[in-house]
Design a protein around this ligand. Sequence first.
Ligand SMILES: [Zn+2]
Length: 301
Amino acid sequence: MKGLIGIDLGGTKIEVAVVDPAGQVIHRHRRPTPVGDYPATLQCVSDMLDHSLAAVSMPRPAAVGMAIPGCLDPLTHTVRGANSVVLNGQPMQADLQHLLGCQVRMENDANCLAVSEAVDGAAAGLSLVFGVILGTGCGGGWAIHGKARRGPHALAGEWGHNPLPWLGEGDLYSRDCWCGQHACLETWLCGPGFAADHAAHTGRIAQPPDIIAAMRRGEPQALASWGRYVNRLARGLAQIINTMDPDAIVLGGGMSQIDELYTALPPLLARHTFTRPIHTPIRPAMHGDASGVRGAAWLSR
Ligand SMILES: [Zn+2]
């Protein structure tokens, strides 16, 4: 059969998908990411590609597309800016091309999300789309007329490493970010950041799904943690709206699947945007957590 191969390398999971020319995902396969182990990560990607090609009886393609949490440095062609820090500085594209025996086209994972959703997803046909991944890390990416905007330093969309704006009472402690700065939006808005904030205020270690379940039961501490989270996310996104006034913002990653976000965010955004009312649609990724692999698959065309 004929198809496009997309690979999404995340901090928690690796996913390989075969996408048909109409954009339908016809095969998906996931494995946990070998955390902190670069050679094992490469081998895992290779094994998964073999598995997927065999599952759909497809010959090895000339090229595959891959979403990575970071980017390829335009000068050194090594990985930079990945929150899976073991990847940084590695010539991953060259290493994988050697191991997989085909071309590997790499793009930042949030750029893949923005492109997938701008082409035929939650922001289909809109000219300027900001995609955000609220997952193990917190990435952003721009799609302009359906194409990823990289920029001369491959920096476009690295919103997660700007500081949290309009600091308030609940924000008066700060966390170091792996990138060398402190109080980056990522440290507050990624899933582990949400859990860390809950722990700092309550002394209780809990995973995001448990905190959300407690919030839905009306437990006051979980409600307060949720309130701080959506407020911070709104402040961060208000800066994006003030800067570029996108046609839509699409959210992906584990935290984006919390339905309450989409009713909580609009009134909070309007507190911080320079003008109001604000009508910027904030939508969950239509292709859900397949947006990364779908956007990556488009790269292999
Ligand atoms: Zn940072």
